[in-house]
Design a protein around this ligand. Sequence first.
Ligand SMILES: [Zn+2]
Length: 1017
Amino acid sequence: MHDDHRLVEARLERALRQRLRPALHGATVPLDIEVWHAPGEPVPVSDALGADYKPAALGESWGPPWGTSWFRLTGRVPQEWDRQRVEAVVDLGFGGGPGFSAEGLAYTPDGEPIKGLNPDNIYVPLAGLASGGASGSDQAYAKGGAAFQVYVEAAANPTVIGWPDFSPTNLGDKETAGTEPMYEIRRADLAVFHADVWNLLLDIDVLNELRAELPADLPRRSEILRALERALDALDYDDIPGSAAAARAQLAGVLAKPAYASAHQISAVGHAHIDSAWLWPLRETVRKVARTVSNVTTLAADHDDFRFAFSQAQQHAWMKDHHPQVWSRLKAAVESGHVIPIGGMWVESDTNMPGGEAMARQFVHGKRFFLDEYGIETEVVWLPDSFGYSAGLPQLVKLSGHKWFLTQKISWNQTNKFPHHTFWWEGIDGTRVFTHFPPADTYNGQLTGRELAHAQRNYQDKGSGTWSLLPFGHGDGGGGPTREMLGRAERLADLESSPKVTVEHPARFFEKAHEEYANAPVWVGELYLELHRATYTSQAKTKQGNRRSEHLLREAELWSAAAAVAGRLEYPYADLDRIWKAVLLNQFHDILPGSSIRWVHREAEETYARLAVELEAIIARAQQALAGEGSADVVFNAAPHDRDGVPAMGASVRGRSHAPDVTVNDEGPGIVLDNGLVRVTVDERGLLRSVYEIESQREALAPGAAGNLLQLHVDTPNLWDAWDVDPFYRNKVVDLVDADSVEVESATPEEAVVAVTRSFGSSRVVQRIRVRAGACQVDVDNEIDWHEKEKFLKASFPLDVRAEQSASETQFGHLFRATHTNTSWETAKFEICAHRWIHVGEPGYGHAIVNDSTYGHDVTRDVRPDGGTTTTVRLSLLRAPRIPDPVTDQGMHRLSYALVPGAGIAEAVEEGYRINLPSRTVAGSDGVAPLVTVDNPAVVVEAVKLADDQSGDVVVRLYEAHGGRAAARLTTSFGIDSAQETDLLERPLAERDLADGGVEVALRPFQILTLRLARAS
Ligand SMILES: [Zn+2]
């Protein structure tokens, strides 16, 4: 037989384009259009219904960037359409894809939301809208002569980023986006919906896409081609609606053939990955969620098998707070099982950077919202899109009562293909979580033949496992699943040559996958994303705001709890709850990583500034209540270790320092600062030439090398400017060695400071290099007036130590990464994330670098001619990408770090807390005994607070911080009746014995322990 498949394909393509798709909505009548352009920000529907509408016409422009226009569409169902299925069809002038273009939400004249409108979802069902229309199950069918009216809230959201074109734009902030209208209304019709045509289109799409994925020599492929040809033959182009059923009959046979017995099985889960902010501000996400949830609940009404996984408690809470009608529909859909709260987190946060306690609170607040509002205990942690997953996460997943973990982002790796799709993920403490990466490599699936075939081909656990999960629905900017996707799913349930598709609850998938593959392979440690490594650095002020907020919250909870237990103040439950949620929201995976538009980061900076004022007030109030009346200096130490004679988490009246004085010798060469522990030499160019640790008689810096060297790289990634730094950035570097001035700024017995000023490009930096009495470290405080573009600023410390690995703090512990580049896996980690400290060392000797604002680091190694090894640790201070925020990081930055020579892990942990929790001095009379004291420095108190249930119990979260086993005794300054071990949500796990009024604990490496202490009455 001659091969004519190209001929049939071309015939099919033209038939779809010119005949079939236009026939879906056959007869149409235009709707009358009126418009009201809302001034300024979005308004409630009640305001919009009563607004002053003006006639408008097709082709009319609307919508300056970020503007809102309301359209009122009015029409009447023609008599001859009686008992037909009628819907409105609206094209707002859509440009980009769903969620990246204009978007609409249709409302009834009573202000009830109907469903969202986007480029892939342009209809509004008539149901309930036409006065005198049918009711009940007949709602979909029109009554001839019925009047029809619908309101559409149209959002003129600009497409801020284009693929593949990454060009700077000012569209990302309302303040700079301009006022030119972006869209024109293209279509507003009443139309008859031809169900046979719709079904025929789906039959053809599913079969044709399947066919395209099959091997040319497989009989099935040709069988489908011939069936498609017969279907075209059966069509009457003069009456497509009337002949669609006959065409479908030709396809029924190939559609009815069941899947192979060994076909891959796919659990399809409806989803809309809605970025809580990204290329749109938070306020727009509230509306995106309303549109998507309206779509979803409308779909659920017609499709009982539909399941939609809806993550991020914050997005649910927005509906509760801002869209009461959508909220009640959402609650009903959760009740009926169509909508599945998932993820158990407040937002889908970044997981590289949030501190331990904040990461825990993501789960506490997320899970609790779902419990309180729906009575649902979430089991699946759902993070399809965050930029890598920290090694501390598995333990938090488990301790928050979750069983399963899902992501697919690691499929974006630039270098190495991750070897598993289903596996056990083991964290730093040994906790294992059963984990799945959807092999379709997307969280915005549409159930196309290509996606399904890719999932089956790509799935790496064939032979051991048979199931994978596929989230489907328009995401990023929202939209969610469409009726077409559900139509595909029905056809793909059991279809020869296709994977079998079952729409179901993600937990059902995990149960089956776990049951068949309980011995899945194990991946130990972080799930490092080999991409988007610049997200540890971009938008420094957002990151600093996060770091400051986390530590202010620690202080606010600690001192408020102490004041409340002392009976001097009420604990500010509501304020702390609200502030925590604001901080958690800003940890969303496009906010904290710095990958959002200017509007988002401008608001984040404003939020952090406001929260800091509030938290400082809470702290000051509590400390004043504790210190009492008086004029003595009472020094508060919020850190988990004693400091300068002040107990951990307590306060003392300032005593006399016993540390030797700091001396300064500036007779040259260089300026020498010495406190008896460390002798630091700053040369005439302001560079550290020596950091000599006196007790061990070791020089920290590599011979001939300069420490605290600022290095400026050209930083022009190929794509994803705010997200990515590409390895070739290292090829172009300028060492900033020229100083405007180097001078001793102050010298007292307590501390000596050398100030170094440098100008470079359009920027200027003042570094204050400080040595303090009693501290074996050199501090560097930076004021950087940064006006570079597409540059990367690093601070370099070349250390004379042969470190096989670096240790970086993550949540509740640290992880090791090799310093070599033997394999592609290590080479790909050329930029790494650390929290408050990074450590490099040889057995028995090492150095820590601690910071108060920085997350990005890199560690490299070199062997010198003298045979020694230089391990160079660099902090990534600032970047200046221009996309999506054209003014990223411009302006003044203040940030600090310190080199701690001769530090082990224990000192790194301690100094990491210290630099982030400076002591505070308050006028008063009394010291303050710590609420809790732990007698082993390896057991670190991460949080002290009153229980969220307002019972008055004191909650203490501890962890083993050195990576070994540790036993400790916890004692309290208040009487306790009982101690319970709890999960992160403070729910009891086990009763703990009291021994002499204290609690004995024994922890495995990095184990987290939450204790709830009931106060003696
Ligand atoms: Zn995302």
